[in-house]
Design a protein around this ligand. Structure first.
Ligand SMILES: [Zn+2]
Length: 327
């Protein structure tokens, strides 16, 4: 989606040649397109924009930038959604199933509820291996994903379209290339995965436990959605999109140092607050440190003060100041 719009300029398109791009762009955004034109669903009303008739409206006028055009529809839908009262059963899920909710400042709780509504409404949620998805499951997952982005302006993991939920750990068949061109099929147990512009895959048993019993520095939803933040700039390397040079320089220096420190500790079998899995590669280090930042913030602040400050400045949140909840 980002690639499709990056090539567009802010100049209005005047030629018919722009139209196939519009098709591609709309399809990438999840809209249905056909020979007749582009079908849009706006608040339940179907519109078909056909080339040659509405094309000018489409790219001209106040919507000079196609991205602005779509966000206008999206914002309208979202405003409508957020104007409705927050469902009581969802509120009960937040209060009883999601330990993080109670420790947040009130303004953050309100923001979290809005993000939850948008994530539940806009993502495709699928239960796998017989798991029937309920609102409790969707709201719990959405709430924990929301915790990560409370400090960001209007960010709803746009690149994640689908969230797949398995009841427990799931087994993945992997093919490993062997010398001489043969492949070996192996099975591995997984709790979660994050794919570049693809689905987030999660295990409900693990998530439910993380949500009910926070404060141990581990949380599968934080981990997988941290990978999604990392991927936003196209590289899965432990460096997400950073807003300024100063933070980028600090990021490089502190993350490099702490990653090496964790690797050292792991090699010597020393116990660490950060999950030693973070020593496997920088992307995992970022995901593991994110888990710790939101799930054991006071301990992280005490043990890794510079890393904590770095994450505070990136996420624009200060979880060590939340009500105490750590075990
Ligand atoms: Zn990971």
């Amino acid at each position: 989606m980002l690639q499709a719009t990056e090539n567009e300029t802010n100049e209005p398109h005047t030629s018919q040649a722009a139209y196939p791009n519009a098709h591609r762009l709309l399809r990438a955004l999840g809209y249905q397109t056909s020979q007749r034109g582009v079908q849009l669903d706006v608040d339940g009303v179907q519109y078909i924009l056909t080339p040659g008739i509405h094309q000018k409206d489409f790219w001209h006028g106040t919507h000079r930038n196609p991205r602005m055009f779509f966000s206008w529809f999206k914002n309208r839908r979202r405003r409508k959604l957020l104007a409705e009262p927050f469902p009581e059963t969802w509120q009960s899920t937040l209060e009883h199933q999601v330990g993080h909710y109670a420790v947040l400042p009130e303004s953050d709780q309100a923001r979290l509820r809005d993000i939850v509504r948008i994530l539940v409404a806009e993502k495709e949620w699928e239960g796998c291996r017989g798991l029937e998805l309920t609102d409790e499951i969707r709201v719990t997952i959405a709430a924990m994903a929301a915790v990560l982005v409370i400090g960001f302006d209007d960010f709803y993991f746009e690149q994640v379209q689908t969230i797949l939920v398995y009841p427990n750990e799931y087994v993945v068949k992997e093919e490993r290339a062997l010398a001489g061109g043969a492949t070996l099929e192996e099975e591995s147990d997984r709790l979660g995965e994050a794919h570049y512009r693809g689905p987030v895959i999660l295990s409900w048993a693990e998530i439910r436990h993380n949500a009910l019993e926070p404060g141990h520095g581990q949380n599968l939803v934080f981990h997988e959605f941290a990978h999604q933040l990392d991927m936003l700039n196209g590289a899965i390397d432990g460096t997400p999109v950073l807003p300024d040079v100063d933070l980028a320089q600090r990021w490089a220096r502190i993350m490099d140092r702490e990653y090496r420190r964790l690797r050292q500790a792991e090699r010597h079998g020393r116990e660490t607050l950060l999950d030693p899995y973070g020593a496997s590669e920088p992307a995992e280090f970022f995901a593991v440190a994110t888990e710790c930042f939101f799930d054991a913030p006071r301990a992280m602040h005490a043990e890794y003060p510079e890393l904590y400050d770095l994450f505070r400045d990136y996420y624009k949140q200060d979880p060590a100041g939340w009500l105490a909840f750590e075990r």
